[in-house]
Ligand binder design. Sequence first.
Ligand code: NOJ
Length: 674
Amino acid sequence: MQNSIMKNNLYRFCLIALASILLISCSAKKTYIVKSPGQNNELIFNLTQSGQPQYRFSSNGKSVIEPSLLGFEFEGIRKMTEGFEVVATEINTADTVWEQPWGEFKKIRDHHNELIIHLKDGEGRLVDIIFRVFDDGLGFRYSFPKQPNLDKVKISNEITQFTFPFDNDVWSIPVHSDNSYYESFYKKTPMSQTDTINTPATFETKNNLFVAIHEANLTDFASMTLLKLPNNQYKSELVPWADGVKVYAQAPFDTPWRTVIVGKTPGDLVTSTLMLNLNEPSRIKDISWIAPSKYIGIWWGMHLEKYTWGQGDKHGATTKNTKEYLDFAADNGLDGVLVEGWNQGWDGDWTADGTAFSFVKPYPDFDLDEISKYAAMKNVRLIGHHETAGAAKHYESQLDDAFKLYNKMGVNTVKTGYVNKYLDKKEWHDSQYGVRHYRKVIETAAKYHIMIDNHEPVKGTGLQRTYPNFMTQEGGRGQEYNAWSADGGNTPAHTVTLPFTRMLSGPMDYTPGNFDFDYKTAAGAKVLTTLAHQLALYVVLFSPLQMASDLPENYVGKPEFKFIKEVPCIWSDTKVLDSKIGEYTTIVRKDWDGQNWYLGSITNQDARKLKVSLSFLDSGKSYKAEVYADGDGADYKTNPYPVSRSSKTVNSTTILDIHLAAGGGTAIKFTPIP
Ligand code: NOJ
């Protein structure tokens, strides 16, 4: 980790005019064509008769995006959507390899061809549209240069369109209707049956492609959602401030990248690195303090109502209880203990108003000094917790003091939370207001060498490249729904959908690892998977901070806990094997630091048999495969517990038979045999 700063191994950036790599034709109709380096993807840009910027995109000759308009509207000044002329163009190519400090891949190649269109409208106002065409898709952004005729603007509408050739099926979640932080089930419907949807939105197209629309590098801007229009079309719908303005900006400014990832299989979307490539290199020079980790927490107990966050007989975050958790972590080689409910402000209905929270004053039965010393002695980190209930300004007023205190106490990771429909009672989490707040927290945390795990966030757009202390987020229905959700909990199909939807926006703190299925809560919700499925989630759902979420006592004496102790949480390589969104998936990943591979395979409510080729293993080597599979009679509804553990010798020519129970899974560790 220490030395693995992001660095360019190879950098090549040059102006080219070679038709073989990049083709531009400037006909009377002003059509500009850019192909991806592998020639498979093609972007076409032109101006319409009335000077409207328009693009279209295809993959291996198959239309992905039909002609779609580009532009912006503003409050109080004329819109910039038509009457444009092309002033100049630039063509660039880049081929760079950079190294991640942590992730699903150690090295990432950024290989793209770029077309910059410099536009001027009838009022002499300037905007550049920058297209980057990769072999795995397209990114484009608007760049407003400093200029005499455009200064401060209030963006009222982005008209970027995504017009599809067909009424494709789309996996999506609605915007703000269930809740404000993406905690909905992804549903597959024809596009025509959706309203406004969030990104990432994943399309299964009628011409057999998998396409994801999302954005990259969401900086000082509003999130893009997708408004459904007639004729197979979505348009960017920016999340507004409470006053209706979408974005306050001043030239020069850049928009986030709008991204279109394209693949032949669902797995192609998962292994695309386009979003990360469209973010900027790390701004944090010394990253020696940034480390992936596995943690337990005084957490599930609150969700099960065994403990409370607030004071009283059942207060979870006591000195005694925390020490016991620290003992358990130390005894089991886990790195951290999350403690929620340690600070003043939880008594009463904390979700209604977060202004009572202090981020520096512990409850009297939580001796922060003593606990920090105990944690240091045990060589376990405390993981801090800042629940704000959406009171963002109040939190910001304590931000420096709060991180300073944690830093002094040896806390190097903080989980943040924003349980409220709005920030500061009126602004959306995913508005420019929210985007600014979350960024401030990440930047301030970096100053105090603190990593962030952000719950109730704005969606991920790859910022972890620029701020590698921004480890993970929630932003999806996590395991907690299996405690208190009135709908009974996360369906088995949910975890088989997340890799191809929510996970395209970055790591998720899903908090897997449930071992006890016999708990009872008032809502009657349940973990609707088998135990083996819970193990497989450590491989399937990427997060550089992974929680073992169950109560420590539920791990005691369980042989399956060995897998959780051993499984890494960062990977040097990742491959997605045969998968069907919402039905089943098998993902294999190679340990960041070693030669071991791990496999996670999960299914929805249907039992199934899979044949899995181990061709990803090094050829010519033998491996010991330690298999944790659904045991006899396993079924998520009736008997989630049976796990059959076995060991066998395999190599890259082996075809494994994997039997998944209903709601089941298989987790495997492959170790090379010397
Ligand atoms: C919601 C978070 O997602 C959950 O993990 C946390 O326990 C509660 N908020 C309290 O902060």
